[in-house]
Design a protein. Sequence first.
Length: 369
Amino acid sequence: MTTPNHKPSPRGTAARAASVPDVPLEDRYVLLIEAVTDYAIFMLDPAGNVSSWNSGAQRIKGYSHDEIIGRHFATFYTPADIAAGKPARELKIATAEGRVEDEGWRVRRDGTRFWANVIISAVRDAGGTLIGFAKVTRDMTDRRRLAELERASEVSAQVQITRENEQKRIARELHDDLGQQLTALKMSVALMEATLAGKAETAHLVPQTNALKTEIDAMATSLRRIAADLRPPLLDDLGLTAALEWLAEDFTKRYDVDATVHIEAGTPQFNEFASTTLFRIVQEALTNVARHAKATLVRIELARAGDFLSLEIEDNGLGAALEQPPGKTSFGLLGIRERVRQLQGAVSFVSAPGAGFCISIRLPASAAQ
Ligand SMILES: Nc1ncnc2c1ncn2[C@@H]1O[C@H](COP(=O)(O)OP(=O)(O)O)[C@@H](O)[C@H]1O
Ligand SMILES: [Mg+2]
């Protein structure tokens, strides 16, 4: 192939170029830049006016070639950045240092914003005179959103850990400190009772000391229940399996709904974060059963299949027509979803009016050990 302006090229380029018939090298670069749609690639003249445009630029920024050629590139910046003199500053740095890179909000033709990664490079001729700038812009909005979501999820996991630790501390103080004091009080009352019972003139007071002891017992029971609700001691002492069995038993007693727990052999030794998380999920699911289901049976099943664990909580109650996605006030199901995400798992809610409610969770076993 011979073209008047075909300059000698490096060997590899020449070999590849030979397969494109009759297209001058310069034109091939234009075609190449035009074919790139993920990046806005365009030129500015030395004053910052747009002098070339590619289809990626049109896709990302929304302007057609004819609309934007000749307009100053400050058009792409937010009013705050323009007021702060950012476009001019970036050209100044690119001129002095050869290039400038920036991440920030930019504005599309329709006024919407996108998070952009921008590189501006100074372009000079062979004599070193500035002939303009090459600008490459990439839309990073999705990446930024993903990073924000990941960060929000990390923060929420941290908040949960802090809350669990705080509840654990309060539960322990209630149990150890207040619990001990109640025990001591009961012993004092018992001693007093023995003294009163021993004398004929005070024996009639014994029923009153008895009533006091009953009240102290009731207080101790309340205290144990409050402490266990804050943080079931079984979870820390004997692990998830025992804690789930206790939870189901307690639920059956409190709500007269038959709750059964099946834990398949081969489920791993859960780490503290995973046992707390799975326990809180089942607790929330059971709260929903008590509140919404009017069920007679709930089945809680934890099983292992290969590298995955599954947890199901299913009731035979009224069920619900599920909103997709769940409404803004449905924090229970949202909370379950978030906790599952923190264990790198997936959750599905299956229900229909009259057909019971099933929460089905699958997570990698490695996230729980
Ligand atoms: N076990 C269940 N049986 C029937 N409906 C349920 C059950 N669990 C959840 N729901 C339905 O899903 C909705 C969302 O639950 P949730 O997010 O926990 O919010 P909340 O319990 O505060 O209403 C509930 O309002 C209810 O209509
Ligand atoms: Mg709820």
